[in-house]
Write a protein of this length. Structure first.
Length: 461
């Protein structure tokens, strides 16, 4: 028995030795095919910046320094994808290596710069690697200058931003009876009353200015195309700019509709190629409220993720912000800006909150409004409609699916379906309900002059 045991031990030792030799050869083979640069993970840094919301880095100067750390790199391309893009990007810089595997270059940021920045590294052996992207946005020099008034201005601005961000933004319309109790108070704008906010009801194509919780005015708007939808959520306005320049992004829609401009070109105010018009109100991350190109923009999906407003309405909105906040900008200055191409900036030390919602089922003043699901997000379902009606005290179990489905199907890209909750309770929803054009321009697209009656005129449209 002892001899057999010895033989087994020798055999086991022999096979273990063979396995170790093969493993060692395999490791050597793998190591020999892996270059030092291929195993290193490159990184990109941007300075000077400060921490913004979430993972955003906010540039604290007009010109930033891009530094790529990549040992053994031959060259690098710095790439940029604007916030509103998903599959297109532009090459910002091509840079050559410096000492110790560092590649650096300076970059002057335009006012609306916002998106992902990363580097593609090329090595001598032909391999390529990419860094993790950085979410980078430019901080307007106008805002930066306005913050230099006192030593604590920077902290004051940060506190204001934090307070604005802390305000709970509801995914539902501020017009809902859930929040108003069934009655929306309306009032004229009061000078020097700084408590203002803006809401944007995307499916209804409405933008409303509120002061002290009361509706001042509601404007018709156009919003982002389905391919470039407006971002739902809370934004903050820190400035209003008259006569803005435009810097075309690297985007398919630019090449399709603006073939006479180049990516990165500074198109001045007053240039017929500038689509921003006389006024823009930045919402952050490259999104804007700006002038509509034509009246038919209203009530339609027309923009690159922005909110478009009629020129006269945009002037009214911008002037109202100045008046409510008591800013030292006179009517004469605004009139001059509207008649010239001279740049005028109204900087807001405390941001104006903008709540953007996508509420397609709204009960307002006892009337159910079914708006079209313009982005196809499956919000107009029987289940969601039942839940909305339940909040108005209806016994949802008594409503049949077929009727609810027919109500939902009435809404279309140009019209909402509106019906009094009392008529729904009495079982007369389909007969009593009405189709109403979303905006004054919605009927233009439908070519139905007979439906040009004003809708809900009390909203001040």
């Amino acid at each position: 028995m002892g001899r057999i045991s010895t033989n087994k031990s020798a055999a086991l030792t022999f096979f273990l030795g063979i396995f170790a030799f093969v493993s060692a050869c395999s490791t050597v083979s793998q190591n020999s095919n892996t270059s030092p640069q291929a195993s290193a993970h490159p990184t990109i840094e941007v300075t000077p910046v400060q921490q913004g919301d979430g993972s955003w880095k906010i540039a604290t100067a007009d010109t930033v320094t891009l530094t790529v750390n990549a040992t053994g790199a031959k060259s690098a391309r710095v790439l940029y994808r604007p916030i509103v893009e998903t599959d297109r990007h532009v090459v910002l810089k091509t840079i050559n290596p410096a000492k110790d595997g560092k590649l650096s270059a300076s970059l002057k940021l335009v006012a609306d710069f916002a998106g992902e920045v990363w580097a593609e590294i090329s090595y001598a052996d032909g391999t390529k690697k990419e860094t993790e992207p950085i979410e980078l946005a430019a901080q307007s020099s106008d805002v930066a200058q306005s913050a230099q008034g006192t030593a604590n201005a920077g902290q004051a601005n940060a506190n204001a931003n934090a307070n604005a961000n802390a305000a709970a933004a509801s995914p539902e319309s501020a017009r809902s009876d859930k929040f108003t109790g069934g009655k929306i108070d309306r009032a004229s704008l009061q000078p020097g009353q700084a408590d203002i906010k803006i809401t944007v009801d995307v499916p209804a194509f409405h933008l409303t200015l509120w002061q002290n919780g009361k509706e001042v005015k509601t404007y018709e708007v156009g919003v982002g195309m389905k391919k470039y939808p407006i971002v739902i959520g809370q934004r903050r306005v820190t400035q209003v700019i008259w006569n803005p320049e435009w810097v075309p992004p690297d985007s398919e829609w630019v090449s399709e509709s603006h073939s006479d401009v180049e990516v990165g070109e500074h198109v001045p105010a007053g240039d017929k190629r500038n689509p921003l018009g006389k006024i823009k109100i930045p919402l952050g991350d490259g999104f804007l409220i700006h002038q509509a190109a034509r009246p038919t923009d209203l009530g339609h999906l027309v923009s690159h993720g922005c909110v478009r407003v009629r020129k006269e309405d945009l002037l009214d909105l911008a002037s109202s912000i100045v008046t409510a906040r008591g800013l030292s900008i006179s009517k004469e200055q605004i009139d001059h800006a509207m008649k010239s191409t001279d740049r005028l900036v109204a900087a807001l030390k405390t941001p104006v909150v903008v709540d953007i919602n996508y509420d397609t089922l709204v009960i307002e003043g006892g009337v159910l409004h079914i708006y079209p699901d313009v982005y196809g997000r499956d919000t107009n379902t029987v289940e969601n409609l039942r839940a909305e009606l339940q909040t108005a005290g209806l016994d949802a179990s008594r409503l049949d699916d077929a009727t609810l489905k027919q109500m939902l199907d009435r809404a279309n890209p140009n019209e909402e379906f509106a019906v009094n909750v009392a008529d729904i309770k009495s079982g007369n929803a389909l007969m009593a309900g009405q189709l109403r054009p979303l905006t004054s321009q919605s009927v233009v697209a439908k070519k139905a002059p007979a439906k040009t009656k004003a809708r809900r005129g009390t909203r001040g449209r």
